[in-house]
Design a protein around this ligand. Structure first.
Ligand SMILES: Nc1ncnc2c1ncn2[C@@H]1O[C@H](COP(=O)(O)OP(=O)(O)OP(=O)(O)O)[C@@H](O)[C@H]1O
Length: 271
């Protein structure tokens, strides 16, 4: 199975009629690993939600393989910072769930789940519960579960953001390693310049202005300084404005929204 091509065409996205991302054009080629870099609150997660089919466009179009995205699909998997594992199921049984949703016959699920766990370095931990695993190990289980689901696109929302620097670096290497033999297209969201430099063949920087659009785009090797400059880091006026916005954003984020991310709920229903 091949990777999915993704496209945003003059797309405006937002909440309650207020745009967060405006007039964004973006193409992600099949099989590409694209990094979306931007400061907190610039709309990175919002863009991923649109690609996941969880947030309809206010205007413009969001497409997968040339077809408008109208809702979630097993072809497009989301992976978050918090691991969304089912706490009462062992690592293996969490991965088996993805195989069940893919309708892999019951008799083959155990061995296949163990193979995925071994692939992420957890061959000896298949029988442990999430609470018996470290944060990095839980993210490995989540990566195994995501890959086991056989998605054609993986939408990663700061998946390693909660990990310490060393664990994060080993997860970044692991991700590049496992993706080398997976055909999936990956959109990886981060606000960390070093993570973008390490992972990204292509890096798109979303701007600080609200609503945000693409501020810069780098194909191939970008330097750290170029990415920092594109982010507008170190501009004191903008930084202060950003802090104020971040406070407002936090207040907004406190309100539950209709149609908010499905995360574990879909999986819970499937158990
Ligand atoms: N559920 C929501 N309801 C209302 N507004 C929201 C909601 N989620 C995000 N927003 C607003 O949309 C804008 C973009 O938010 P988004 O979460 O996409 O940013 P982000 O770049 O992913 O930030 P971070 O790096 O902090 O996760 C922000 O102004 C935010 O307040």
């Amino acid at each position: 199975m091949s990777g999915l091509s993704l496209r945003a065409e003059r797309v405006t996205l937002g909440y309650g009629g207020r745009p967060a991302v405006r007039g964004l054009d973006l193409d992600v080629a099949a099989g590409e690993l694209l990094v979306v870099l931007g400061p907190s609150g610039c709309g990175k997660s919002t863009l991923l939600r649109a690609f996941a089919g969880l947030l309809p466009a206010m205007s413009g179009r969001v497409l997968a393989d040339g077809e408008p995205i109208t809702g979630p699909s097993a072809d497009r998997a989301l992976m978050f910072q918090d691991d969304a594992l089912l706490p009462w199921r062992t690592a293996r049984r969490n991965v088996e769930l993805a195989l069940a949703l893919r309708r892999v016959p019951r008799g083959r699920r155990r061995a296949e789940a163990e193979r995925w766990l071994a692939r992420v370095g957890l061959g000896d931990d298949a029988g442990r519960l999430p609470r018996e695993l470290s944060g990095g190990m839980r993210q490995r289980v989540q990566l195994a579960r995501t890959l086991a689901a056989g998605p054609r696109a993986i939408l990663m929302d700061e998946p390693f953001g909660a990990l310490d620097a060393q664990t994060r670096a080993s997860m970044q290497r692991l991700l590049l390693d496992v993706l080398a033999d997976a055909p999936a297209t990956v959109v990886f969201v981060t606000h960390d310049v070093d993570e973008a430099l390490l992972l990204g063949h292509r890096v798109v920087v979303l701007g600080r202005d609200r609503p945000a659009g693409v501020a810069a785009e780098f194909d191939g090797a970008a330097s750290r300084d170029e990415l920092l400059a594109a982010l507008g880091a170190g501009d004191p006026v903008k930084d202060d404005a950003l802090k104020d916005d971040a406070l407002k954003d936090d207040a907004l984020k406190g309100e539950p929204l209709k149609g908010e991310p499905l995360k574990g709920d879909v999986l819970k229903e499937a158990v």
